[in-house]
Design a protein around this ligand. Structure first.
Ligand code: DC
Length: 211
């Protein structure tokens, strides 16, 4: 069973993906980490984030490994990830890795922006996870402050709006729900409620397949 989870930053899709994977005993790939790893590599090497050939070359060196999430989850690396993710060459360099992960024997859970539309349009279950931008800013602010970053909630709100615009307006694989994705709005949901709703959706899909 392939479960594709797409949605906006800080919507709760990452937490949901992890918990769904544990629930069904499936491997999980947070595809945002791949783009974050490319963004971080470009920042470290002093490469221009819009230099497609150089960023694509860095992306080709990215493999599935234990990513250092503390290094990759900073606001600066997130912004860099969103910029390099616009580049077609970077997306092509990361495509096979994600596709192979999705189609491994037994299935997988992947979360990102284009899983249901580009990486695994054949996924058994497609979820689109979103929340109001104000609520997402509140969550992200708490997360970043917890990591010791000095930011205000209104700066985070502006950052999220900029990121949403760039992710959804890019030409290549823009962030958008697949036509057959089921929406979960987590604005007023706890992570437990969100998981329960997702399990309900997965079970309904599985029930339908059997009949
Ligand atoms: O989910 P995240 O915040 O870790 O993702 C960081 C950036 O990576 C995001 O702003 C856009 C990009 N991304 C993408 O373009 N496609 C994906 N499947 C996952 C992430």
């Amino acid at each position: 069973m392939i479960i594709a989870i797409d949605g906006t930053t800080s919507s709760g899709k990452g937490t949901l993906a992890k918990r769904l994977a544990a629930q069904y005993g499936l491997p999980h790939l947070d595809t945002g980490l791949l783009y974050r790893a490319v963004g971080k590599a470009a920042l470290d090497a002093g490469v221009d984030l819009m230099d497609e050939a150089s960023c694509a070359a860095l992306a080709m060196q990215i493999g599935l490994k234990d990513f250092d999430e503390r290094e990759l989850r900073t606001a600066g690396v997130g912004a860099a990830a969103s910029i390099v993710a616009v580049l077609g060459g970077v997306r092509r360099a990361l495509f096979e890795l994600q596709r192979a992960f999705a189609h491994r024997q037994g299935g997988a859970v992947l979360d990102g922006r284009d899983i249901g539309t580009v990486i695994a349009p054949d996924a058994d279950v497609k979820l689109w996870v979103d929340a109001s931008v104000e609520e997402r800013a509140r969550r992200r602010f708490l997360e970043l402050s917890g990591m010791g970053e000095v930011v205000t909630q209104s700066e985070v709100l502006a950052m999220l709006k900029e990121r949403d615009a760039r992710d959804s307006q890019r030409k290549d694989a823009p962030m958008k729900p697949a036509d057959d994705a089921i929406w979960i709005d987590t604005t007023r949901m706890t992570p437990d409620e969100c998981l329960a709703r997702a399990i309900e959706i997965v079970e309904a899909k599985r029930g339908k397949k059997k009949t």
